[in-house]
Design a binder for this molecule. Sequence first.
Ligand code: ATP
Length: 209
Amino acid sequence: MKRILQFCNRLIKQQMLKIGITGGIGSGKTTVCQIFETLGIPVYYADDRAKRLMTEDPILKRQIVELFGQEAYQKDGSLNRKHIADIVFNNKAQLARLNAAVHPAVGRDANAWHDAQNAPYTLREAALLFEAGSFRQMDKVITVTAPEEVRIARVMKRDQTTDEAVRARMDKQMSEAEKVERADFVIHNDGKHSLISQVLDIHRQLKAL
Ligand code: ATP
């Protein structure tokens, strides 16, 4: 009986879909993911996990020290963000090398996390899902979108920052129009469409796949 249960469990996990969820800065990815979580869907927050992996994953830590020297870490083991930011801000090659180390580490971690879940599908939330190439490991991709002015106003309020600072961050990302174009599902978070009904509709479709 135990073996049959284990077999069924393995079968369910094989069928558990990987769904990516992305969108530009301030589009509302996290807000939408929180609604999916209330439906029992596990969410992997790639940007938060990446920050943790940079101090916890031994392979990634070694690569970061090789790229940025021992100063990449403080004496207490925390990441010396200023040191790294100062280097990558004006050095695209070093930024590319950092990304080339971080993205595979997140991919390994996300896959292990996915395999440990038990749900009809899991979500991976990542601002740079397309840019980093991790969309290729996803069965479907959802893009959350909102008009640029709305996104800027929301991020300014959330982060207590300026219009220029938000635009500078936006300029580093793929355009939201392209993210919409490449998605299998689009969620409009413009304050006019109901987020809950859009999430419920996609949830129903994903469960039926
Ligand atoms: P980032 O890429 O910066 O992490 P995000 O895409 O995850 O952003 P959120 O953090 O979910 O976006 O939303 C940005 C801000 O806008 C948050 O303060 C959130 O509470 C607010 N927000 C999101 N959706 C709505 C909405 N429909 N109505 C009002 N405020 C909203």
